[in-house]
Write a protein that binds this ligand. Structure first.
Ligand SMILES: Nc1ncnc2c1ncn2[C@@H]1O[C@H](COP(=O)(O)OP(=O)(O)OP(=O)(O)O)[C@@H](O)[C@H]1O
Length: 339
């Protein structure tokens, strides 16, 4: 048994648009060790959802996996027939889509919706399914008496718990949660994240948590994969990446969000500009046009994702200067002067 439940290698996903295409994921590589929570983080449009969906192969009609491997438990699930992939969904890999809490069917009770998964996908008998529904509700901290309620009778946080129960229904090894706490207030966010961590530890599963909010990663994740414009900018253990970021994009993200352990100043500085249009990405490093530290090579050559210390990888031409750049990046004027 390998230490990694999932290893993504050079994954490429394209969307067909008009006569052209958008390479939304352009060679992403990262690992998900067994029993860990991995945060996939980056601004909107960086390709996080596309990666998450590609892992389950539930992708948009105009999307196609054009390259790479998705090694799940040692098997390349990018290459297996759809029938085999379908058998893995829910049972081995469960996906909680963005705004899952609003995607529960308003017409049916939550018990009915849980039963659909348990009986149809899991083959449980009516009695087994009833017992499983009750234990799932207990696991996510909702009274079993509420199983017969309809989604609109639950608060946002409770609906997110139901979505988690649904994902855990068939004991998957990997749960992929896309922005699970984004629409919730901070207190409820914490409760849901605490719950997720508790369940992950209790069940020994792995979780990929997709978020634009680096403080969510700091709160709950063991590891982090920072994505920028369809590529991995930086990846490694959460503490290493967030306390000693080596990619200017990670340094910038860290300045842009509150509540980070070690974020001294308390002033929030957004990164000026926006990620590039992926239909026409800039040559070289895709972050170069927004980077206060870019030098000539950055706009001509794409930096490889290289290991700077064991288990910590960075795609930056200036990664060896990271300690100095970090100090400069911590100053607000660095980013303002560049704007
Ligand atoms: N169905 C689609 N057709 C064409 N382009 C798409 C489609 N879905 C996403 N894209 C494009 O692919 C890129 C990556 O989008 P994706 O949703 O994966 O990013 P993200 O980081 O998850 O952002 P968000 O948090 O806003 O969902 C974006 O440029 C987006 O516009």
């Amino acid at each position: 048994m390998t230490a990694n439940l999932l290893s993504v290698r050079d994954l490429k996903v394209s969307y067909r648009v008009g006569n052209g295409h958008i390479d939304a994921v352009d060679g992403a590589s990262f690992d998900v060790p067994r029993g860990s929570i991995v945060g996939l983080v980056g601004e909107s449009g960086c390709g996080k959802t596309t990666v998450a969906r590609a892992l389950t192969r539930v992708i948009a009609d105009n999307a196609r996996i054009t390259g790479g491997q998705i090694l799940f438990d040692g098997k390349d699930i990018a290459a297996i027939p759809e029938r085999q992939m379908n058998a893995l969904r829910w049972r081995d890999i469960a996906f909680i889509p963005q705004s899952a809490m609003n995607s529960l069917d308003p017409v049916y009770t939550v018990e009915y919706q849980l039963n659909e998964v348990l009986r149809r996908r899991g083959g449980l008998s009516a009695r087994e399914a009833r017992m499983r529904c009750e234990s799932l509700f207990e696991m996510v901290g909702i009274e079993k008496g509420r199983l017969r309620d309809y989604p609109h009778q639950f608060s946002g946080g409770m609906r997110q718990r139901v979505a988690i129960a649904l994902a855990l229904a068939l004991n998957p090894k990997l749960v992929i949660a896309d922005e699970p706490v984004t629409a919730l207030d901070v207190i409820v966010q914490r409760q849901i994240l605490d719950q997720l961590r508790e369940l992950q530890t209790m069940l020994g599963i792995s979780v990929i948590l997709v978020t634009h909010d680096i403080s969510v990663v700091a709160y709950i994740c063991d590891r982090t994969v920072v994505m920028y414009a369809g590529r991995v900018a930086e990846a490694g253990p959460m503490a290493g990446v967030l306390t000693r970021p080596a990619h200017p994009y990670t340094m910038g993200l860290r300045n842009a969000f509150p509540d980070l352990a070690g974020a001294a100043s308390g002033t929030l500085t957004p990164i000026d500009g926006a990620p590039p249009n992926l239909a026409e990405p800039p040559p070289g490093c895709r972050f170069a046009p927004r980077c206060p530290f870019s030098i000539e090579v950055c706009s001509t050559e794409s930096p490889p994702l290289a290991e700077i210390v064991p288990d910590h990888r960075v795609a930056c031409h200036r990664a060896s200067e990271a300690p100095v750049l970090r100090e400069i990046a911590a100053r607000t004027e660095t980013w303002l002067a560049h704007a």
